[in-house]
Design a protein around this ligand. Sequence first.
Ligand code: PLP
Length: 458
Amino acid sequence: MPDRTILLGQDRIPRRWYNLGADLPLPAPPLHPGTHQPLGPEDLAPLFPMALILQEVSAEPEHEIPAEVRDAYRLWRPTPLIRATRLEEALGLRAARIYYKYEGVSPSGSHKPNTAVPQAYYNREDGRRRLITETGAGQWGSSLAFACSLFALECSVFMVRVSYDHKPYRRVLMETYGGSVVASPSDRTEVGRRIRAEHPDSPGSLGIAISEAVEVAAQDPEAAYSLGSVLNHVMLHQTVIGQEAREQLALVGETPDVVIGCAGGGSNFAGLAFPFLRDKIAGADIEVIASEPASCPTLTRGIYAYDYGDAVGMAPLMPMHTLGHDFVPPKVHAGGLRYHGMSPLVSHAVNEGLVRAEAYAQLECFAAAVQFARAEGIVPAPETSHAIKSAIEAARRAEESGREQVIVFNLSGHGHFDMQAYADYFAGRLADDVMPEDEVERALAAIGGFPKPPAAVV
Ligand SMILES: *Cc1c(COP(=O)(O)O)cnc(C)c1O
């Protein structure tokens, strides 16, 4: 019997990150939220250290990973690539083989420390003492709190209210790593106080929490802001996932036909997919799929336009697929996928025809997650269930066509802190929340008057 689990030695932790931006036509630039002029590195300097800003605007195809970051990666990397033999059996597959890259082995249980660690490292190198951020489901906040503990930085987290209430143990995990946490919208910021006055019952959103974190970070010269997804440097750091997976598949003589990740802000998807997109750009025949919730269908039903990265226009205008910065998604359990926008690089890859997006509703994703857990043993995060659903659908298509196919998906995190979501699913308390059509009209109105990005600037 061939091995189910494909492991790499720690000497195989990648030495460089891969920048997909270098291999695509130049995208439209981000714009200053006030002036609508292209953003310069100096505009971002209050919020980020220069090393990260230079990665953000880089045209270099590769960036060397600092030795201290590689050393911290050794706490959990390389992560295993696992052949889902028991899921294949449960599905009765004959033509399709399914592999998953398991990022749940990291300290905080997801892919997010892959970027939290280098962000903390570059901030410490820059002399900053405190990182401020937001978190949706709590995955990012706990990853950054962990990374800050490695580099002796303070960590303050604005946690989206609905998650703060539903996921108390994520908050305790952040506190265990030394982070401090407040529910957003909060009374600590002007933005938070204004939103609470208008909507006392606001469940919060990632966009609102970002506005609060940016407001605080911009006022404190010793602090910097840190974002767990969406930005180019985050996509860059995550590419350790796909580079390892590529090498692991090669070890067992496989080449992928389908590569899948769930997409909230785009980072775990990009992390697995971008190194394979490099092969695709060079001529490889690979289908690359981003899987998102039908309740927050940014890529499948959003508009490609300039929009704010946050809720109120403190963050830059970015060219991306968006549902409008004022979109407050329904309280679905995949908290990490409740973001109105999308990574500009992922959006760009979709426009270039390199990536296709799919949307699935909450109940069918939980059904797929439970089937996966009962076959493979790992209980996936609700976010990850979208990738699993997409992988099962890709396997079905392979079976129907009779074509032998290798399907690889990113198991972005485990669901051990999400058992309430599973409890609600088993008790029949979850519903499918598909975004209504008039929401698209509202999104269009929200971005009316902003400049329009060309699909690509060659
Ligand atoms: C945060 C998170 C996501 C969504 O964020 P991306 O930037 O789209 O990857 C997906 N899965 C898990 C487990 C997460 O924690």
